[in-house]
Ligand binder design. Structure first.
Ligand code: 5RP
Length: 223
């Protein structure tokens, strides 16, 4: 396992230990997408008799959960998720995040919105002072792609069409480069207001509640 994967594995284990005492037989969990979330999903099999079901932020994660024998529910069938566990592409010290490197940002935002608590799991390469080194993913209705790209340029970004990627919702992704995001809440709000945008990868209006950050010195718990 690469050193980075060892850190991802460690934060997934820490998330298992974090949620274990909270589980109840009727609890439904929100589960994210990506390589760090995959480590978590694989470990969640150990606890599958301690909670009821899961809601997944992508078809890929839903399949992985089902393979382990964990029931996956439609989000509309659930009024509240006990917890949402997912990775991130960047986190700043306020636990404002950039997500969507795996193109699952819209469903991730929905699962996050329904969850009582968002537990973010990430290795230390994701820790930044200022968000924006990682290009900000924006999910866009296909016919609005060029219009939205022009609007994003007006906001100071350099959008790049993620060729060959169609989201689980049938939309496309623009990755916005060259941003130095000094006010994540403001930028998230502004991008949300562009017609044709489905969601953007900033999680600042609703940031993570806790970050389990994998470092060479161990897993840090940041609130
Ligand atoms: C997917 C995501 C992921 O959480 C993010 O890309 C981090 O992925 P990884 O754990 O593979 O580094 O937002 O849309």
């Amino acid at each position: 396992m690469s050193p980075q994967d060892q850190l991802k594995h460690a934060v997934a284990r820490a998330a298992i230990e974090y949620i274990k005492p909270k589980l109840t037989p009727d609890a439904v969990l929100g589960i994210g997408t990506g390589s760090t979330a995959n480590f978590f999903i694989d470990m969640l099999g150990e606890l599958k008799y301690d909670f009821a079901a899961a809601v997944a932020s992508s078809d890929a994660s839903a399949q992985r959960l089902q393979t382990l024998g964990i029931e996956v529910l439609d989000c509309n069938a659930v009024s509240e998720l006990l917890v949402y566990v997912d990775g991130a592409d960047e986190s700043n010290p306020n636990l404002h995040l950039i997500k969507g490197g795996g193109a699952a940002l819209t469903r991730e935002k929905i699962v996050c919105a329904v969850a009582r608590e968002f537990v973010c799991i990430a290795d230390e390469s994701k820790w930044v002072d200022i968000l924006g080194r990682f290009p900000l993913p924006v999910e866009v209705i296909p016919m609005a792609r060029s219009f939205v790209a022009r609007e994003l340029v007006k906001l100071g970004g350099a959008p790049v069409y993620r060729e060959g990627v169609i989201t689980d919702n049938g939309n496309v992704i623009l990755d916005v480069h060259n941003l130095q995001i000094l006010n994540p809440v403001e930028l998230e709000t502004k991008i949300n207001q562009i017609t044709g945008v489905v969601a953007n990868g900033l999680f600042a209006i609703k940031p993570a509640d806790v970050l389990l950050l994998g470092t060479k010195e161990g897993v840090k718990v940041i609130r």
